[in-house]
Ligand binder design. Structure first.
Ligand code: AKG
Ligand code: FE2
Length: 142
């Protein structure tokens, strides 16, 4: 989903785009060749704690994998394409409408890989809850 579309979705469910109390972190990762890729994990399985993570991955370096129903699937990477990953904060705020996928990065013996990640996260001290109207009774609401 493109970022403007995501912001529109947030507006539609009455949720402000998280431009206040927000933290941004920008990471560039370069993964060298790994002669024995099998036992070596690039990034171990996790889900992001962010609202969204924006990824730009090397063309053809399909080493990002998502877990679905117990099976790992490779995410195809293509040039000039941004990948938007839903984070756990988004899952909470959308009351599970958007799910934060467990993902990992595997290593490879043939091709180095560069990825750029922008983590769009809330202040970890901030208490979040599903947006109004998404099925939770809050003690702060009548
Ligand atoms: O490098 C990637 O493709 C993904 C990185 C990632 O999952 C992370 O940094 O949380
Ligand atoms: Fe991640």
């Amino acid at each position: 989903m493109a970022v403007p579309a995501l912001v529109q979705e947030l507006a539609a469910i009455g949720q402000e785009p998280p431009n206040r109390d927000a933290l941004h972190e920008f990471t560039v990762r370069c993964r060298m060749l790994c002669p024995k890729p099998d036992p070596v994990m690039g990034i171990k399985p996790h889900s992001d704690g962010t609202v969204i993570t924006v990824l730009l991955v090397d063309d053809g370096a399909d080493r990002l994998q998502v877990l679905r129903d117990g099976v790992w699937y490779s995410v195809p990477s293509s040039a000039h394409t941004l990948l938007i990953n839903v984070g756990e904060s988004m899952e909470v705020m959308s009351n599970g409408m958007f799910r934060s996928p467990v993902h990992r990065v595997v290593t490879n013996a043939e091709k180095e890989r560069i990825s750029l990640a922008m983590f769009y996260a809330l202040d970890p001290e901030k208490v979040i809850e599903p947006a109004a109207g998404l099925g939770i009774c809050s003690s702060n609401r009548s």
